[in-house]
Design a protein around this ligand. Structure first.
Ligand SMILES: [Zn+2]
Length: 213
């Protein structure tokens, strides 16, 4: 924890003074470019991987980058989505999975690891459709390949779940909001994005925007 406190002090002493006017202007309002829904994993840092700064991303992170469907007891994820879309009017939502995801690994282990973690187990039920899809379609593949597929299927399931939220469905239909499914590779910084027209993940580039939902 000492390193973290030292970081705060360093930020106040060295970083903040150089950007004082920026932070003062930022203090009155936010207008983020996107809602970024990612995993809590410490190695997946939204602002770092997208090279954005304060005020740019409205971020929700949880184990497994999960979006509970609308209608389940309201929680932090649903409230943050509603606020980002209906109040802040974000034009884009990114759901970002990643390589080596502990939550997806736990699902893949068949629940053995989850017996001692009831809260995690219950939370990860929101990825059941992804687990089922991988079991049905990729049963013959080896474990690492199946994990990669599970990470991707989970991103797709959470995009489906996003569309059950009335604020999201309404804005997408009005073409005021686009949805993006990403997978980040920790070791290489590679990002794949889901091309909804082609029905597959491809390397992210500017042209990828045409395949957004
Ligand atoms: Zn993860």
């Amino acid at each position: 924890m000492e390193r973290i406190i030292d970081g705060v002090l360093k930020f106040q002493r060295e970083v903040y003074p150089r950007q004082k006017a920026f932070f003062e202007a930022l203090s009155t309002a936010q207008r983020p470019q996107a809602l970024f829904i990612g995993c809590s994993d410490s190695r997946v840092v939204p602002e770092l991987m997208t090279q954005q700064g304060p005020g740019d991303l409205f971020v929700v992170r949880n184990a497994g980058n999960i979006v509970p469907p609308h209608g389940i007891a309201p929680g932090g994820v649903s409230a943050s989505i509603e606020y980002a879309v209906a109040v802040l009017g974000v034009p884009d939502i990114v759901v970002c999975g990643h390589s080596g995801c502990g939550a997806m690994t736990a699902i893949q282990s068949g629940g053995e690891q989850l017996k001692a973690l009831p809260a995690v187990a219950e939370w990860l039920h929101f990825a059941d459709a992804a687990r089922r899809a991988v079991e049905e379609r990729f049963a013959a593949e080896d474990v690492p390949t199946r994990l990669n597929m599970l990470v991707r299927e989970n991103v797709l399931v959470q995009l489906d779940n996003l569309l059950t939220h009335p604020s999201v469905a309404t804005a997408v239909r009005a073409k005021e909001l686009r949805l993006h499914g990403w997978v980040f590779d920790i070791a290489t910084a590679g990002v794949e994005t889901y091309d909804a027209q082609a029905g597959r993940f491809t390397a992210l580039e500017r042209a990828s925007l045409a395949g957004a939902i």
